[in-house]
Design a binder for this molecule. Structure first.
Ligand code: FVH
Length: 291
């Protein structure tokens, strides 16, 4: 669908507001509903229509975007208006688990609602910019129908008919993000003991981490092949490095809570006889495989 069709946005928090703004600026008639109505004032001033009820909101548009705190709130809002939603498309932008996405998809299918789940790889200021990416899975026909509209929010990436996949990928990417930031903060605490500011450290850390991302494909090759044979920087080597980092942290008065789990995983690999294998084999200590 390429025309500027009506869109409803339910949930006008930090993300929902930016989403509604981008859609309005692109010329879509936008209806908004938020639990706290005053949070929609600025959007109404920009031309959005404020719905008095969720039922009124969802019957205003063929496409309903939901962006609230969690899936419990989503269900509280959508279940009472299932009849009104039948025949429409719901895109669930709210963050949740793959199981929650799959369960909501099953519920929606039972109500005759076209359901697409999404993971938003963006912060509010990124919405509608080149750095924003939105992950989707679920009802492909509905996704394709509204793709031109969804593309306004950021680069759209399709993951398939399993509604849980967008969420799974979203949370996997966030895991990488959180551990990166946590590692940065651990490093900042370490150099902070020598009077180095976090801002100074951020410059070096940024350069180093950017250089290291080039090695992700090497790590992936070990994991995907299941062959962790290496003649460089094996588990023994990396366990030794983590031992030094943990010891240095403690000596500097920094708690090793962030780095110690990696040391622990390497210790397990060593104990299981994989000292000569690559660092990446620690994944074997945490993962389960599809049946
Ligand atoms: N903000 C971010 O950077 C991240 C980016 C990645 C994705 N997350 C997830 O996006 C969902 C929405 O996040 P948000 O930042 O918009 O969240 P808030 O600004 O806190 O707004 C929350 C909205 O949810 C409404 N709400 C909460 N509980 C209920 C409920 N029981 N019934 C109806 N609405 C509810 C809340 O309404 P109000 O407090 O204004 O009345 C806001 O509209 C979220 O899943 C993030 O994890 C964001």
């Amino acid at each position: 669908m390429t025309d500027r069709h009506p869109v409803t946005v339910v949930g006008l928090g930090a993300m929902g507001r930016e989403i509604a703004r981008v859609l309005l600026e692109a010329g879509h008639p936008v209806t908004v509903w938020n639990r706290t109505p005053s949070r929609t004032d600025d959007l109404v001033a920009r031309g959005a229509t404020r719905a008095a009820t969720v039922a009124q909101a969802v019957t205003s548009s063929p496409l309903v975007l939901v962006c609230v705190l969690d899936y419990a709130a989503t269900r509280e809002l959508l279940e009472p208006v299932a009849t009104e939603l039948a025949g429409r498309t719901v895109v669930q932008l709210t963050t949740g688990t793959p199981r929650q996405a799959r369960e909501l998809a099953v519920w929606a299918a039972g109500q005759g609602i076209d359901y697409v789940d999404s993971g938003m790889m963006a912060t509010p200021p990124m919405i509608g910019t080149e750095s924003s990416a939105f992950l989707y899975s679920g009802d492909e026909a509905a996704f394709q129908r509204y793709r031109p509209t969804l593309d306004l929010l950021g680069t759209s990436r399709w993951f398939g008919a399993d509604a849980g996949l967008a969420s799974l990928y979203d949370l996997a990417l966030l895991s990488g993000m959180y551990t990166m930031f946590a590692g940065f903060l651990h490093g900042a605490a370490m150099v902070g003991t020598a009077g180095v500011t976090a801002a100074e450290f951020a410059e070096s850390a940024g350069d180093w981490l950017r250089a290291m991302t080039g090695s992700l494909t090497y790590a992936a090759a070990f994991v995907d092949s299941g062959d962790y044979t290496t003649d460089v920087q094996d588990v023994v080597f990396n366990k030794s490095a983590l031992d030094v980092i943990v010891t240095a942290s403690i000596e500097q008065g920094v708690a090793p809570d962030i780095v110690a789990p990696i040391q622990g995983l390497l210790a397990r690999q060593l104990a299981e006889g994989h000292g000569k294998k690559s660092f990446d084999r620690i994944i074997e200590s945490i993962r389960s495989r599809p049946a």
